[in-house]
Design a protein around this ligand. Sequence first.
Ligand code: ATP
Ligand code: MG
Length: 281
Amino acid sequence: MKTVVLCNQKGGVGKSAVATLLAHHLAQRGRRVLAIDLDHQGNFTRPLRASGRAEPSACTADALLTGPVPPMPLSPFVVVPADRALLNLERQPDQHTPFARRFRSFLASVDAAFDVCVVDTHPNPDIRVIAALVSADFALSPIQLNQEALDGVTGLLNHERVGLRKIKAVLNPKLTLLGLLPTLVEPTPFQKANFQQVVMCYHPLMIRVGERPGDFAAIPKRSCIAEAQAAGEVLWEMKKTAARDAWREIEPSLSRIADLLDGTDRGITPHAQEASHGPAA
Ligand SMILES: Nc1ncnc2c1ncn2[C@@H]1O[C@H](COP(=O)(O)OP(=O)(O)OP(=O)(O)O)[C@@H](O)[C@H]1O
Ligand SMILES: [Mg+2]
């Protein structure tokens, strides 16, 4: 089982929406998917439950850190729902190490039952995010192309508690940044300029979907994505033409992410002009 954690300390950048699309996409590809919602807001739990595709576990996600954990349902698509009890975990600092150890033991215990575990997190850099990152194989970071996008990326990598570089160096050497994933992308001159700036500074951290310059995974802003999330519908099964068009736009990005998780990625050679840019900060 490969575990991927959706993380970014910025709120509202599309973490839960991407987690939901990815979980459905992986399930549709025939992968056995375990979805864990570590955010008490439950924005990953709600659409998965409402879709009727994922079977809820007997316990809520806080139990994965506090124990005991009942057996997971024998289903190829399981969601461990969020609960407000997740809010209590940060207030027990003497328990943080046992919390992280229990979460890691839980993941090890379901290793043979699932192919991929998708973990959604809260923007607060607390013990829930740390517990997830210290046990994960991959981090996937949705970013929004607003004014603070570049500052946000610096924080994501270097935050003193949950910075991906620090976690990798000190606590979890196997942690790999799957990539930065621009989300809620709009074709405005402002966003285009920010996209170019992110590519210039961080292209080695972005997810290639093709060989042309600018061929990086991204999720456009589309009202049907928000509607699918709110109604618990699977985007590509919605009746609207707009939903199918949106799926056509994002399918290459989600497929590439799924390939990277599967380890079946064929690799894409970056355009020479881009490869000559300086190293990522
Ligand atoms: N690509 C998209 N197009 C349109 N709306 C989107 C898209 N992605 C997310 N949204 C909507 O934007 C809002 C924020 O998205 P989401 O909840 O996924 O962000 P988040 O990063 O998980 O937020 P939080 O930090 O609070 O957990 C939601 O209403 C969601 O439905
Ligand atoms: Mg969320």
